[in-house]
Each structure stands twice: as C-alpha cells, then as structure tokens.
Design a protein around this ligand. Structure first.
Ligand code: SF4
Length: 276
C-alpha cells in the first residue's frame, strides 16, 4: 500500500497522475498533446514486466503470438523476417527453447511464463524496463534464475530498470539507486550501498533490520524490532509525518509538521525531522 505499483503505472501512462509531471527524455508524458506527439517512441522505448505472469499473458494466445503482439500493434516489421523468427530469437535470449513457440501459457510453469513476459518486453528493443515485483509470484528456486536473467539482459542490452519490490535482498542485488516509499510518499533515496550501510529514516532502518540472516544461529540470536501500530489509510493520511503513528522517535512536531525530503549529501535524501 505504499504506492510503488501506482508510480510504475503512472510512468507507463497506464494511470494519469492527479498532480505533478513525469518527464521522459525531455517529454512531459503527463501532457496529453506531448504524449500523442511522441506516442510511438514512448510505447516502444518503455516496456513493463507485470507481477503476475498468469494474468498478464493472454491464455488464448500461443507463446509466439504473445511475444510479437506489441510489434503487430505498433505495425513494426519484424527485423528477422517473420514474427515467428522474431519470437524464436527473443526466446533464445531469455533461455526458452523453440519448442515452446506453439504452447499456451497454461502449459508453462511460473518461471517459463515470466520468461515469456520478459521476451515480450524485449521484442520492442526497449531502453527502459519497469519490472513490477517480477519474481514475487515465483517459487524461491526459480526466483534466482529470473534475477540472474534480468542482470544478464541489463548488461547485454544496456537496459535501465525501474525495479519495484519489497524483497530487500533482491533490491540490494539488482539496484544502483533505491527509493523507499511509505504510504504514497518517498521517505528516503540513496545509492544501494549507502542505503544498506547508513540508512537514516526510521522506516528504512526497520526494513533493513527485518531482512533475514541466512544463518539460523545468528538469526535466532539477534534482537527483534517489530514496528508497532497500524498503517494509516492512504485515502485519509494523517497530517505531519505519515510514519508518526509507528515511529518510536515521533514527537509532537512530527505529528504536526510534514518533513520534506532533504539532501544529506552525496545524493542521499531523507524526509525526517530527526535527520536535519
Ligand atoms: Fe519518525 Fe518524526 Fe522522522 Fe517521522 S519525522 S520518521 S515520526 S522521527
């Protein structure tokens, strides 16, 4: 409920934001006239991988048609001669055999479906990929394969990702910069290295403290710090700091005055009265 997927959908023009602007390559994509003018560029360069591959793939279409559907919609001639050849090429990139070309999504495993979803996004030769919880619906054994695939593709195709996740271990593994959101607002922004070694916001600290340690003895022995209190309704957020109801350091000022994002140096920004 922090608004991660909503931001992603705004970035992809699936939702129109109620306020503010989003700029992509000098184009204000929230401006309808500008969006219309650059629609083709925006709809090819930006692609999205959805969380649930079972519902994001059309169950009545074959894999080859799913992968090349964006090209058909945008009237793009397949560079490799035919749509089937194009689908086979993209499948090779994501580690799927050609024997899957004529299958339907219901005949695939969760990991295979997610690979098809990634291949579909790659067929437009994007430069910016929004991946919304790309491994959340997968078995743990498959998650590492998809994360490694995303890493390889980033290098091979010089892609920029906006990765949305609540899996902090994966975020650390894949990200250069991280934004932490709470109840619809960014509360901290930093490089991945800085955020994990010097978190400043109490919410970020609590999140990082909750990452499991893969050693049962150490994990059992470490002190627990569980956030108390309820998450307020995003429809009717409290005045002041939205985290105040759960923050162990909250003061009267926090409940009355909203903290702004402040630059703490080196691009590390935080919204907390304690950090000023
Ligand atoms: Fe906690 Fe106050 Fe900082 Fe909010 S502004 S995170 S309530 S210390």
């Amino acid at each position: 409920g922090s608004g991660k997927s909503t931001v992603a959908r705004c970035l992809m023009n699936i939702y129109q934001p109620a306020q503010g602007e989003i700029w992509y390559k000098d184009v204000n994509i929230c401006d309808k006239k500008e969006f219309k003018k650059y629609k083709k560029m925006l709809q090819t360069r930006r692609q999205m991988i959805f969380q649930d591959s079972a519902s994001s793939l059309n169950q009545k279409m074959r894999v080859s048609d799913i992968i090349t559907e964006p090209m058909r919609i945008q009237h793009i001639t397949p560079p490799r001669g035919s749509f089937v050849k194009e689908a086979a090429f993209q499948m090779e990139y994501v580690g799927l055999e050609n024997s899957f070309l004529d299958r339907y999504p219901s005949e695939l495993s969760g990991g295979q479906r997610q690979r098809v979803a990634i291949a579909r996004s790659l067929c437009m030769e994007p430069e910016f990929l929004v991946a919304d919880e790309p491994i959340a619906s997968l078995d743990v054994s498959i998650q590492a394969q998809i994360v490694n695939l995303l890493l390889d593709l980033r290098e091979q195709k010089s892609l920029t990702y906006l990765l949305i996740s609540h899996d902090l271990s994966m975020v650390r593994h894949l990200s250069d910069r991280i934004l932490v959101m709470y109840l619809g607002e960014v509360v901290e922004e930093s490089t991945a290295q800085e955020l994990y070694t010097h978190p400043l916001h109490p919410y970020t600290k609590a999140l990082i403290a909750a990452i499991p340690i893969p050693d049962p003895k150490v994990e059992r022995a470490r002190p627990r710090s569980v956030l108390q209190g309820q998450v307020p309704s995003p429809v009717d957020p409290p005045p002041g700091c939205r985290f105040a109801g759960r923050c162990p350091y909250a003061t009267d000022r926090c409940r009355a005055e909203k903290p702004e994002l402040c630059d703490m140096g080196g691009g590390h920004r935080v919204a907390c009265h304690l950090c000023r």
